[in-house]
Ligand binder design. Structure first.
Ligand SMILES: Nc1nc2c(ncn2[C@@H]2O[C@H](COP(=O)(O)OP(=O)(O)OP(=O)(O)O)[C@@H](O)[C@H]2O)c(=O)[nH]1
Ligand SMILES: [Mg+2]
Ligand SMILES: [Zn+2]
Length: 386
């Protein structure tokens, strides 16, 4: 049914592939796809491998936006056995919303599709899993902008913004903070100022989404072809923002959460979904994050650059900024230059990250031992002649 077409090339793109370009397809992706094609045998090539982008991922299958003669179409795909096998070792290898993937026909009639491979990700928003595995969970793949969304009302939570910023910085995407519900806050400017203080080097936007106010910069990113991932707690207004950005004028794709206690959680988003922007780019909505565990690779120095800077001036190189003499960090708190709350956040996130790093190290060590054991067994079974 779908005319599964060959590699789209940005240079000579026409027709169906124009749609992929709007989603952020470029020469580098094109090259990655070409490398994949070069490694395929004839039988596989005959199944018409084509490129698409995952718009919804759940526990067994993925929906993929594929270019067809009619523009982008959503097709449901099943994961190739090799993908499933890889995922038993590392669940982050499974397709996530935002991934660029290669899809081929499963049947001769080309009515069923298989997702063969995930092209190597450029950016990954990943959070640590609570309990169980020490592998992270991919919330968004290939986002260019990681938007930390927080509501100005009922209660802006600075520590939560810092935690999400850690996630955003570590993803490799450009972080931005979006403070929603500015129309409901008595003093929105004061809140913006407060958040600018805890997000050095990050653009902080105030928006009133339901009035379509303050959305210009985000629309600018979309028009540039960027993918914006929305990260934040439940109810802060991510889906409302998605709707305003991808369907200005109403009728957006995502049901939003109704206000009021009796409707609480009714339209809480449960899947990670990517939607194309009206004139390019894409917005990736995520479910409200209740627990945001930091992954082992989290870059805290990007979130707390001023603490890092101060720490360099402590008397002792291994200063933990607790009781040590000559501690520049404690001196700054004392002098009122560094909020005590900020230092507390830095400590808390640092502890978490260290714990996660330790879990990851243990897993890697165990995997390493298992591999060597297998190699040793193999060698015993087929001893080489010397
Ligand atoms: N007044 C006002 N209300 C807003 C704004 N943004 C969102 N809301 C309202 O806030 C409520 C929650 O919005 P959602 O977009 O569903 O929140 P969400 O972040 O997607 O929530 P989850 O899907 O549970 O993660 C809805 O009733 C929105 O209408 C805003 O800027 N101003
Ligand atoms: Mg939502
Ligand atoms: Zn110190």
């Amino acid at each position: 049914m779908h005319d599964v077409s060959p590699a789209p090339s940005p240079a000579g793109a026409r027709g169906p592939h124009q749609a992929l370009l709007g989603l952020g397809w470029d020469d580098a992706w094109s090259a990655a796809f070409a490398r994949h094609l070069a490694a395929l045998d004839d039988a596989h090539l005959a199944r018409g491998p084509a490129v698409g982008r995952v718009c919804r991922a759940d526990l067994r299958a993925s929906d993929v936006l594929l270019p067809t003669a009619h523009g982008l179409e959503v097709v449901s795909t099943e994961w190739a056995p090799s993908l499933r096998a890889a995922a038993t070792h590392d669940p982050t290898a499974l397709p996530a919303a935002g991934d660029w993937v290669v899809v081929s026909a499963r049947t001769r009639a080309r009515t069923e599709h298989q997702l063969d491979v995930v092209l190597p990700r450029r950016t990954t928003v990943v959070r640590a899993q609570v309990g169980g595995t020490s592998h992270g969970q991919v919330l968004a793949a290939n986002a260019d902008v990681a938007a930390v969304v927080e509501g100005m009302v009922p209660d802006l939570d600075p520590a939560r913004v810092e935690r999400l910023l850690a996630l955003a910085w570590s993803s490799g995407a450009q972080p931005v903070v979006v403070l929603t519900k500015a129309d409901l806050a008595p003093h929105p400017e004061a809140l913006v100022r407060e958040v600018r203080g805890l997000a050095p080097g990050v653009e902080v936007l105030a928006v009133a989404t339901t009035r379509d106010e303050g959305l210009g910069p985000l629309r600018g990113h979309l028009a540039d072809g960027a993918t914006i991932a929305l990260l934040g707690a439940s109810g802060v207004g991510k889906s409302t923002l998605l709707n305003a950005l991808v369907a200005p004028g109403g009728g957006g794709p995502m049901a939003t959460r109704a206000l009021g206690a009796e409707n609480k959680g009714r339209h809480t988003t449960v899947t990670r979904e990517l939607h194309p922007g009206p004139a390019g780019g894409a917005v990736l909505d995520t479910p409200g994050l209740r627990t945001i565990g930091l992954d082992a690779g989290t870059r805290l120095e990007a979130v707390f650059p001023e603490v890092d800077e101060l720490a360099r001036r402590c008397r002792f190189g291994d200063c933990e900024h607790r009781t040590e003499p000559g501690c520049a960090v404690l001196a700054a708190v004392e002098a009122g230059d560094l909020p005590g709350r900020r230092l507390e956040s830095w400590r808390k996130l640092g502890r978490e990250q260290a714990y996660q790093a330790m879990r990851t190290d243990r897993r890697l060590a165990a995997e390493h031992r298992a591999r060597w054991k297998a190699v040793a067994q193999q060698q015993r079974r087929s001893p080489k002649r010397r």
